[in-house]
Design a protein around this ligand. Sequence first.
Ligand code: ADP
Length: 261
Amino acid sequence: TQIMSRGLPKQKPIEGVKQVIVVASGKGGVGKSTTAVNLALALAANDSSKAIGLLDVDVYGPSIPKMMNLKGNPELSQSNLMRPLLNYGIACMSMGFLIEETAPVVWRGLMVMSAIEKLLRQVDWGQLDYLIVDMPPGTGDVQLSVSQNIPISGAVIVSTPQDIALMDAHKGAEMFRKVHVPVLGLVQNMSVFQCPKCKHKTHIFGADGARKLARTLGLDVLGDIPLHLNIREASDTGQPIVFSQPESDEVSYISRYVFFF
Ligand code: ADP
């Protein structure tokens, strides 16, 4: 439809930001935030001259503060814009910095939209080469609103190989196509678990589902990440694996994304 087409007057770049990459998923819990964080770190590690930001618009369940080991209230600039918090060389902004960690937020539709507006327009990023946006899961108002408000260079869709996650990832890919956001490809996460003792490999969520979906949709597979304790522990302790264990096997899977930009 008209409203959804690219380059409408409503669509305005974020000041100072060259390229926006959104990381999306159909379902929650598939590793979208983990991917967003590690993608930001991999981009920074790949080329230290690039300035990278990470914006968490998953207002319902912001995980960037914990994963990036950040908390606190952003300072305001002279022009009353929020200054991102910085860790591991990445400028970060999240709803999690603006509300108490344990405060139950009962979001109404309008509140969600004003929170998104604030996160998109009231942050002083300085100059960024890439802004990685951690979207909420699904294909609802927030995803549409972000896609319609700012020009997006591309979307990365994360899915496990499980049927139900794939179905939702498929919907996600279709949504981005409708709003004319190029889908850069799929990341298959949690594809295989290798027992650390006997080395036996188990495909807990199925084997090649995301690969098959990518083929069906004519998309690239950007990465295929195993289910690994180190990845979970690294995320939970705020020491993302690309930063804390750059030599690990898991990181070689994750770092592959950067070659697509
Ligand atoms: P989402 O953003 O899709 O809700 P998260 O990135 O928050 O998902 O991941 C959900 C949980 O799974 C987190 O605890 C995270 O550390 C863990 N996790 C994600 N990917 C992996 C992986 N490949 N191996 C092990 N744990 C993972």
